[in-house]
Each structure stands twice: as structure tokens, then as C-alpha cells.
Design a protein around this ligand. Structure first.
Ligand code: G3I
Length: 354
């Protein structure tokens, strides 16, 4: 399913904006509208994950984060190991810094993430492994963690990734300490606890490799349908959107989003980046731009898709090279903050509206 596009209207909008700006500063190069300005006109939040060390140390990073994005997500500092490094000892300092930055810059905040199998604190994983934390206690710990964290940020987070990456590729539930010790009901419990702590936040499931219709995304669809029928407050489906140009673009993305829309759920792209085997060249960058454009196009075609977040916006701080050896260049801006074809594609796509 493809959205009806209005390229002429888009061009007119961009030119009008350029003309207005141009008359204000005849000699300076005209300022193009920012991504967040264009997204706002399309009733969309455009977001970025934020690396808090970069935000603290790099002025250029602060500028691009503020200028182009209307939503921010903590790349790491709201994860369990960061907020409760010792049992019962909370450290909200870096997460609160992000909330302050967002407030100062008129940005919304996505919460990531309450329950994951990764980046858990050592005291928790070792306690489960050596048997000193049994299943009953683990359930209490999880309830306490979700309640404490969601209450801490109550009213400041518009969407929470409540459970992150709980399915395998074949649609079976992932073996994690949560499934092993608590059984599958931990998922419904997590949503109920989060909702009780902040009834206004929209609560999401979130995963990768669920862009198109496949066994994994269908498992989320069935889970959401079942939980919603039981009155469990699951309101959103988060599609991470970690793509690589070497794998081809996933099929049926818009149809996938639409089926969640039809369930009455919100959808969001939550962690978009498109990596490639290095070195980058013009052909690869064009292909990357096209992948960004197509994901965004699917979001704009879906009424309930209200946010599109990239997982970092500059190649300078991407997680990719550290995990996928020989790959990278996955973001909208290069390492020197120069816009890549993908940035231009996102800008044009936003300008074309819904
Ligand atoms: O905090 C320690 C620091 O104390 C230490 O000095 C440093 C040395 O390596 O490591 C720091 O921890 C790193 C952490 O990021 C914070 O920077 C970890 O090594 C590193 O593995 C961790 O990586 C993060 C990864 O999640 C962990 O799984 C990435 O930055 C982050 O982009 C990535 O994000 C995930 C999403 O949460 C879920 N979806 C997939 C996505 C990409 O993997």
C-alpha cells in the first residue's frame, strides 16, 4: 500500500519557506526548515536517541539534537543497569539531564526501556543465577522497578517501551530470566504495573526485525490482540527499524503498520538506522536514503504512527561499528555533521506531509 504523494505541494512548501527566510536575510544562505518543523506540519514527532556523554561534551551534537528533533530517547541512561546499579540505590542523574534538555528545547521524551533481557544490573542477574533471588522475589523486584521508574518520570514521558525484544525470529517467546522464572504472564503484569504508575503514558512493545509482516511481527500482533481483549493496557507497537542495505528492504511495511492501526493501537518507528558495509559510496548512500524514505513513508501513511525516531543522528557516535565489524555510516549526518542523502530524503519526505 503506497501513500498518495504530493511532490508539487512539497516543493511549493519548501520554496515558500526558503523565500520567506531569504527575504529576511538577503545576503546569508537561506535556512532550510528543520526536520522538526516539517514533521510538526505532518502531525509527527521526529526523534533521535541521545548519547548523554556526547550531549555533555560536544556542542555540535547539542545543536543538532535541539535543532532537528522534537522527541528524544535515552540511548542507554534509562536502562535498568543505569538507573539502579545497586539494589535499591537509584541514580536518575543522567536521565534527568535528558528530561531537562528536552524541556529546555520543547521536546517530548520517549522512555526506553522498562523490561529487557539485556543491560540488567549485575546484582540482579547474579542473584537469579546463584538462586539467592527466587521467582517470587524476582516478581516483586520487577514490579518495584517498573513502578518506581514510571512514577519518577510521571507526566514527562509520552511513550514507554515497556517490554523490549521479547520474541525470537520464529515468533516464540525469548528465553530470558523473565520467561524462565515468571512465565509468560510477566508481559501483562509489566503493562498493568506501568499503567498504574502513569495512566497517561502510552505503553509500547518494541522490537527489531518487525518492520514487515513476518513470524515475529505476527507474534506481536497476536499478543497485542489477546492482551487488549483481556483489558491489558498495551497501546503501542514500536518498530525499531535497524536495517542494513545489504539485506534488501522488508516487504509489507505499510500493511504491517495498518494491521496494528486496525486494532486501535499506536505505532512508532523507534530506533531507525540503516547500516552498510564500509566504505560508503554514492550508490550505497542513495540506497540508504531510499530505505529511510520508505520507512518514513509507511509511517506517514498510517494514522496512528505518530513518531519516527532515529537511533542516533550522526555517524560520529553510532553503536554499529562496535557491534557489526566493518559496517557503519548508518545515520542521517556523517561524522562531521554534514547531511547525507538520507537526511535530504527524510526532509523531502516530511515536507510531502501525510
Ligand atoms: O556504561 C559503560 C561504561 O561504564 C564503560 O566504560 C563502557 C566501556 O565499553 O561501556 C559502557 O557501557 C556501554 C553502554 O552501551 C553505554 O555506553 C556498553 O559497553 C555497550 O555495549 C552499550 O551498548 C548499547 C547497547 O544497546 C547495549 O545492548 C548501545 O549504546 C545502544 O545503542 C544499544 O541500543 C539498543 C536498544 O537499547 C534496543 N534495541 C537495539 C539497540 C542497538 O543494539
Amino acid at each position: 500500500m503506497t501513500r498518495l504523494r504530493t511532490p508539487l505541494a512539497a516543493v511549493a512548501l519548501l520554496s515558500a519557506t526558503l523565500m520567506v527566510t531569504g527575504t529576511q536575510a538577503a545576503s546569508a544562505a537561506p535556512e532550510k526548515p528543520s526536520l522538526r518543523q516539517l514533521a510538526g506540519r505532518a502531525d509527527l514527532l521526529v526523534g533521535t536517541a541521545v548519547d548523554m556523554s556526547a550531549l555533555a561534551d560536544d556542542t555540535a551534537y547539542r545543536k543538532t539534537t535541539a535543532k532537528d528533533f522534537s522527541s528524544v530517547t535515552a540511548e542507554n541512561v534509562m536502562k535498568w543497569e543505569a538507573v539502579e546499579p545497586e539494589r535499591g540505590v537509584y541514580d536518575w542523574s543522567k536521565a534527568d539531564d535528558l528530561i531537562r534538555f528536552a524541556r529546555d528545547n520543547g521536546q517530548a521524551v520517549r522512555g526506553h526501556t522498562l523490561l529487557w533481557h539485556s543491560q540488567l544490573p549485575q546484582w540482579l542477574t547474579s542473584g537469579v543465577a546463584d538462586g539467592s533471588i527466587d521467582s517470587d522475589e524476582l516478581r516483586g523486584i520487577l514490579k518495584n522497578h517498573i513502578t518506581t521508574q514510571v512514577k519518577h518520570f510521571k507526566g514527562k514521558i509520552y511513550q514507554w517501551d515497556v517490554v523490549n525484544e521479547v520474541f525470537n525470529e520464529d515468533g516464540t517467546l525469548r528465553e530470558s530470566i523473565w520467561l524462565q522464572k515468571l512465565g509468560p504472564s510477566y508481559i501483562a503484569d509489566a503493562f498493568r504495573w506501568a499503567h498504574a504508575a502513569d495512566p497517561k503514558a502510552k505503553l509500547f512493545v518494541n522490537d527489531y526485525n518487525v518492520e514487515g509482516i513476518n513470524a515475529k511481527s505476527t507474534a506481536y500482533y497476536e499478543l497485542a490482540k489477546q492482551l487488549r481483549a483481556e483489558g491489558v493496557p498495551v497501546q503501542g507497537f514500536g518498530i525499531q527499524g535497524h536495517l542494513g542495505i545489504q539485506y534488501g528492504f522488508p516487504g509489507d511495511v505499510a500493511a504491517n503498520l495498518k494491521r496494528f492501526d486496525d486494532l486501535g493501537m499506536e505505532t512508532a518507528f523507534t530506533e531507525v538506522d540503516v547500516r552498510m558495509i564500509l566504505p560508503a559510496d554514492d550508490t550505497k548512500l542513495a540506497r540508504q536514503a531510499d530505505d529511510y524514505r520508505r520507512l518514513l513513508d509507511a509511517c506517514l501513511a498510517t494514522a496512528g504512527c505518530k513518531s519516527f525516531t532515529v537511533w542516533g543522528h550522526t555517524d560520529k557516535y553510532s553503536w554499529i561499528p562496535g557491534v557489526f565489524s566493518g559496517e557503519g555510516a548508518a545515520n542521517l549526518l556523517d561524522e562531521n555533521y554534514a547531511p547525507k542523502p538520507a537526511y535530504v530524503a527524510v526532509r523531502e519526505e516530511l515536507a510531502s506531509g501525510r
